[in-house]
Ligand binder design. Sequence first.
Ligand SMILES: Nc1ncnc2c1ncn2[C@@H]1O[C@H](COP(=O)(O)OP(=O)(O)OP(=O)(O)O)[C@@H](O)[C@H]1O
Ligand SMILES: O=P(O)(O)OC[C@H]1O[C@](O)(CO)[C@@H](O)[C@@H]1O
Length: 459
Amino acid sequence: MKRIGILTAGGDTPALNATIAGAVQRANQARVEVFGIIKGFSGLLNPQVPHVHLNPLFQAIPELDPTRGGTILGASRDYVDSADTETIGRVAERLKQLKVDGLVCVGGDGTLNGMQPLSNHLPVVLAPKTIDNDLGLNYSNEASDWYREPDSSHPKGYVTKKRPERAFGLDDMINYVTPGFATAVYVSSLSVQRIRTTAESHRRIAIIEVMGRDCGMISLATAYGQPDIILVPESPVEAGPLVDQVHAVLDVQKHAVLCVSEGIVDTQGQILGAMSASQDPAGNIQYTGAAQAVKRLLVDQIGDAFFTRQRRNESANAAIFVRKIGHTQRGGRPILFDRFYASQLGGKAVELLLQGLHNCVATLQYRNGGFVLDSIDANKLRDHWGNIHARPLSPSFYDPTRFQPSAKGIEYLRTIFNHALGVDDIESMRTIFDTGNLIHPYDSVNVDITKRILRVDPS
Ligand SMILES: Nc1ncnc2c1ncn2[C@@H]1O[C@H](COP(=O)(O)OP(=O)(O)OP(=O)(O)O)[C@@H](O)[C@H]1O
Ligand SMILES: O=P(O)(O)OC[C@H]1O[C@](O)(CO)[C@@H](O)[C@@H]1O
């Protein structure tokens, strides 16, 4: 293998540059050139295939800094339809023109689906990423636990469901944790701590919404910020027990902090947050109002009188506020755990290509109390119909009666977060009050990368 391509697809994470840097470092050792494709699959759909030579003379370009969040290659959610064989053929032709012998896609479950049709044309591997921590399996045969149930009211004529999960140990998890997750949790936990004191001072109820689509991993792990109540999509919201728990917390501490996943559902399985059914190009529903929906529920059920009687606030509406952490949790400097394992997985992905492996995923496994790199055939992640599902938060990680991580959930989180922060993560905070920040505008890496972008002649 003389030259490989690499692209970053789906939502960005703080650890993408670390993954690219790890891939480039391994490629340098093997004297393999690395071409970075601009903006994920979108770059391949562009006849000029904008790309950057990431390791001229087998040295990483200086813009490739593993401590910088985001991706110097850019990312997108542009869709490559596997049924559109003509477009796929054109993409394959372009990759041939680039003289690329293999492709590393850095992404999540969606990217793995997008990568599949390309696998008929060249060797492809996936280096995992996603803040959602939903790429992988809780146990090895989990993918085959998805089944289709006939449903004439559904346009497809069926609904996809999953059998109850099987018992598993932490060592059984395939792709234990994805780069990007730890930094997102660091940000969400700090946010909860910060909002806490203002809710406390004003005797209010704060409802904080975190990302994660249909997976409650970020919400669960935000337990590090000590929210009083955690809601996850895998455990439908029941109004009665929730309101009781809020009252119990208010009785003791006069305020409450809730952390809710954007994808939480009601007892009918309806998404609370899908106020608008808008979709991104990848077909993912964009969740917009989970925290708002919980606020409405609490306003209705607790009522104004409770707050006025206690002289805490003039109304339930004023007493309860919502905050969405949003893209803050997806941006900025990655913490040590993400930097290290992202670059290890980037290196592993290149290694897999060099070993002649194809259509597989580099994975991070937890074995004998530590992390090891491994890989899995991408097909092992597919259900009987070839689809890849987001890994759900295991119900065994969450205690719905306490609205907190279960003992097993705590065990899982400790393995990741015990040593997730490095000393230089703390040191980097010192730069925020640099007077230079007041004088100089932000120096975007895109300016320098644009000067390096190469294009092929489509004619
Ligand atoms: N079934 C599919 N077929 C072809 N392409 C797909 C498919 N699903 C997703 N893709 C493409 O893969 C890319 C990434 O998908 P998506 O936006 O779902 O992110 P992801 O890889 O799951 O990561 P994250 O969840 O962190 O954003 C997008 O460009 C999307 O269009
Ligand atoms: O950046 P966008 O397109 O709004 O996507 C947000 C989504 O992407 C993710 O950050 C990663 O999948 C989700 O947690 C979130 O729902």
